[in-house]
Design a protein around this ligand. Structure first.
Ligand SMILES: Cc1cc2nc3c(=O)[nH]c(=O)nc-3n(C[C@H](O)[C@H](O)[C@H](O)COP(=O)(O)O)c2cc1C
Length: 188
């Protein structure tokens, strides 16, 4: 009889431990997505480091038509980037969709700063899903713009039902440790 009691207690303990651990992972990385756009690779590097540091899913926002060096010429006001960014209603097409966005409640959105804010293709991304009630955490790389504050303001106007954080601008060589600590605020 005593032996049976030990077996029951052991089973209950194992089930409790498994349940506790699965619950923990459901509340963290499994609910977080890192979605990023990168024209020349800098933001891609940071996004990949962030994914490796946190274990969150990674999705690349790929334009239907890739940006050429000519397209990115910010000194030319006729370049594709200039034309798109001068038109607030511009929504460059994205090549693929996130499968079941419903499973994520925190979305880290990464991009290069273009003229102080998020590139128009990020606006396309934001309008492609229902972000109501989700938390959006912007992150960016830039030449010198020091923060994502202006981008966060712009993003809030596009997805008013989301909880949009101010986010952060990182240098291209930000360490995985720093990214992990930063993301830890939302991935408890
Ligand atoms: C069209 C265009 C506009 C840019 N505007 C800014 C800007 O306003 N401020 C800034 O600091 N850097 C600006 N940059 C530099 C990029 O933000 C920077 O190089 C970034 O790291 C590129 O990221 P990516 O390699 O992921 O595309 C601009 C670059 C491009 C191509």
């Amino acid at each position: 009889m005593k032996k049976l009691l030990y077996i029951v207690v052991a089973i209950v303990a194992v089930v409790a431990v498994v349940w506790a651990f699965s619950g923990k992972s459901n509340a963290t990385k499994n609910n977080a997505l890192i979605a990023y756009f990168s024209a020349t690779g800098n933001t891609a590097g940071v996004a990949q480091n962030l994914a490796a540091a946190t274990g969150a899913d990674l999705f690349e926002i790929q334009p239907m038509a890739a940006y050429t060096a000519e397209d990115l010429d910010w000194r030319n006001d006729k370049s594709r980037a200039s034309v798109e960014m001068n038109d607030r209603s511009s929504r460059p097409e994205i090549a693929s969709r996130v499968e079941n966005m419903d499973q994520y409640n925190i979305v880290f959105v990464g991009f290069p700063i273009w003229w102080g804010r998020e590139p128009s293709i990020i606006d396309t991304f934001l309008e492609s899903y229902d972000f109501n009630g989700k938390t959006i955490v912007p992150f960016a790389t830039s030449g010198s713009t020091p923060s994502t504050d202006e981008a966060a303001e712009s993003i809030r106007a596009i997805v008013p039902g989301a909880n949009v954080m101010n986010g952060a601008r990182f240098p291209n060589d930000v360490s995985a440790d720093e990214l992990k600590t930063w993301a830890g605020e939302w991935l408890k």
